[in-house]
Design a protein around this ligand. Structure first.
Ligand SMILES: CC(C)(COP(=O)(O)OP(=O)(O)OC[C@H]1O[C@@H](n2cnc3c(N)ncnc32)[C@H](O)[C@@H]1OP(=O)(O)O)[C@@H](O)C(=O)NCCC(=O)NCCS
Length: 173
């Protein structure tokens, strides 16, 4: 599948906000946020987010169809770790390999900056877990009742990819 992958910058803030809101309207629990919270944030807030984190976008015919982000964790004792977040591909562009392209692009950037990357993923989110495992992420724990939407709780699998471990070196790519 041909999709152009590039880093999103502050000039992409409007389309980044739009795709975030689309994702949050559909499945807020998968991104552990809410439509209501982010809808009221100004576009300039999203622009700052794009400059402060490393967020990749996938484009088909100039339309932003997917995102994946990575940030170095805050504080000196944590700065060897990155966090992966905001993985989303628009429904019409799924199962075409775009999620994998985005993930590999984010990991390429992460490898230059940190020693390992952590993420959390809703336990029954099979598409995402399959994708993460296929590039070398491994489970290291579970956060039970990680989030609550109305009366429903969601458990999250905690996953890590350690760039220094041999299983990463052999499974990536
Ligand atoms: C997770 C997500 C980003 C994957 O994007 P995508 O572009 O469809 O992924 P790809 O096409 O690159 O597929 C990657 C792998 O996942 C697999 N996959 C896709 N859908 C799947 C499904 N329903 N069940 C199991 N595996 C699935 C693909 O088969 C592929 O593996 P393969 O190469 O071994 O065949 C997308 O489903 C999505 O946006 N989901 C909603 C948001 C979300 O869950 N984000 C993750 C938050 S942690």
């Amino acid at each position: 599948m041909s999709a152009a992958i590039r880093r999103l910058r502050s000039g992409d803030a409007a389309s980044f906000k739009a795709i975030r809101l689309e994702a949050l309207r559909a499945n807020p629990e998968l991104l552990r946020s809410t439509f209501e919270l982010e809808d009221r944030l100004d576009v300039t807030w999203f622009g700052s987010r794009l400059e402060n984190a490393h967020i990749m976008g996938a484009f088909r015919d100039d339309e932003l169809v997917g995102t994946a982000g990575f940030a170095i964790q805050e504080g000196r004792p944590n700065a060897h770790k990155g966090r992966l977040f905001g993985m989303y591909v628009r429904p019409a562009s799924r199962n075409l390999g775009i999620g994998r392209l985005l993930l590999n692009a984010v990991l390429d950037a992460a490898r230059e900056n940190v020693e390992l990357v952590q993420l959390s993923v809703v336990r029954d989110n099979q598409p995402a877990r399959h994708l993460y495992e296929s590039v070398g992420f491994r489970d290291y724990g579970v956060e039970t009742k990680a989030s609550k939407y109305d009366d429903r709780y969601y458990d999250e699998e905690l996953m890590v990819l350690d760039f220094g471990l041999p299983d990463f070196l052999s499974t990536h790519r």
